[in-house]
Design a protein around this ligand. Structure first.
Ligand code: DC
Length: 245
């Protein structure tokens, strides 16, 4: 994978938003592989901010203290060293936060941090600078509406609550039952959609894609078709070359 921005890449960004377990990250990652691009899953920024507050002993409910800490912290994104990976690692004050981002304490704390407007403003700036490199699939909750309102292609992925809860339960190795995962999914949805700062909402010009009845491959095919229509510079020859290479 070439880490330097490819010429003409700057305009080539795709915004993918959607609720928890709608398939955003899996679809985004596969799309990035097909196109030879990078995946920027912006959830890692909010997770890294949460990890930073927790390791520095800042109480997550103290909005101003969390925002001050995040303002003083250095966040850096860098391509993962595994040459097969399209993902980015996130470093905070020089330390790779990636191994800690799925820990239960980060998982439970992140919605609180993601709801702090001044933290979001700082994160959005970093995300915009990163996305400016182009050739990037940018995944999150507010990408099409706030982070990249001018993105040439925006997709809002969705799936029924039941399907998303089933996917989530299957991901969790602990054998969590579907009914409790469904409740947790509904709670997280409600929090993401009702928060005052950048609630989860589809951009007016986003194409909605319901993945409830689609396999991952079908969802990626559908998303790729949307992108190719919206970004004419993506010649089909380029994709064939990437797939064969
Ligand atoms: O997608 P995820 O589960 O890694 O997201 C972690 C948290 O960050 C979740 O509470 C939603 C929030 N988030 C957000 O508010 N805006 C984004 N662009 C990405 C994630």
């Amino acid at each position: 994978m070439n880490d330097s921005p490819v010429s003409g890449c700057q305009q080539q960004v795709v915004a993918i938003d959607g609720p928890v377990a709608s398939g955003k990250t899996a679809v985004g990652r596969e799309l990035a592989r097909r196109l030879g691009w990078r995946l920027f899953d912006t959830g890692i920024m909010y997770r890294a901010a949460t990890w930073q507050a927790q390791r520095r002993g800042v109480h997550l409910d103290e909005d101003e203290s969390v925002a001050d800490l995040i303002r003083e912290s250095a966040f850096q994104l860098s391509p993962q060293s595994d040459s097969e990976s399209v993902d980015l690692d996130v470093y905070v004050d020089g330390d790779n936060a990636t191994p800690y981002l799925r820990k239960p304490e980060v998982e439970s704390g992140v919605p609180t941090v993601a709801a702090i407007a001044s933290v979001r403003a700082l994160m959005v700036e970093i995300q915009q600078a990163q996305a400016a490199q182009g050739c990037m699939i940018v995944v999150g909750r507010d990408i099409g509406t706030v982070v990249l309102p001018d993105a040439p292609a925006k997709i809002f992925l969705d799936a029924s609550e039941e399907v998303r809860a089933r996917r989530r339960a299957a991901e969790q190795s602990s054998g969590a039952d579907e009914a409790s995962v469904l409740k947790a999914t509904q709670r997280r949805d409600a929090r993401d959609r009702s928060r005052t700062a950048s609630p989860l909402i589809a951009a007016a010009d986003a194409i909605r894609l319901d993945t409830s009845r689609l396999t991952l491959e079908q969802a990626v095919d559908a998303a790729e078709a949307i992108i190719r229509k919206r970004i004419p510079a993506l010649a089909s020859a380029q994709s064939d070359a990437v797939r064969q290479g």
